[in-house]
Design a binder for this molecule. Structure first.
Ligand code: FES
Length: 145
């Protein structure tokens, strides 16, 4: 077994355990639409720590939320490697900068078989909500600084 695939399996096991132990999801208010839609991609920090941070994308008038940590080996999914690729597809994908696996923002699936967790997003008037277990914020919580 390669070192990389071993690390990947450990992260996948941890993610599975975390999902099993996670609090129930509820609609978490994350901010005003007019502000959030100004960024194509931004991190939303979880009060529960980095493993529950999400990346919020705004593409073609829709919000998408995906876990901010790549399920392969922990790379960041809150960066845009290829903006042209992100916006040209019917279903947008985010490319992990570490090994370039591409994750569908609707399903969380990568062609390589990996699965990132995605979250429902709803817009109610001017307010945006993400269906998530923990409070989320555009700024880090003081416990993370
Ligand atoms: S860490 Fe390898 S593709 Fe993301």
């Amino acid at each position: 077994m390669s070192q990389e695939s071993g690390a990947s399996k450990v992260i996948q096991r941890k993610n599975k355990l975390n999902q099993q132990q996670a609090k129930p999801k509820v609609w978490q208010y994350v901010g005003y639409k007019s502000i959030l839609e100004t960024a194509t991609c931004q991190r939303l920090y979880s009060i529960n720590g980095k493993r529950d941070d999400i990346s919020l994308f705004y593409v073609h008038g829709n919000f998408y939320a995906i876990n901010a940590t790549c399920p392969h080996a922990g790379g960041p999914l809150d960066v845009i490697v290829d903006l042209e690729d992100l916006v040209k597809r019917e279903e947008p994908h985010v490319i992990c900068p570490w090994h370039h696996f591409s994750f569908n923002l609707l399903t969380g699936k990568a062609e390589e078989g990996l699965q990132a967790e995605t979250y429902q997003v709803k817009v109610d008037g001017e307010k945006v909500y993400v269906f998530h277990s923990y409070k989320l914020s555009v700024k880090p919580f003081e416990t993370e600084i």
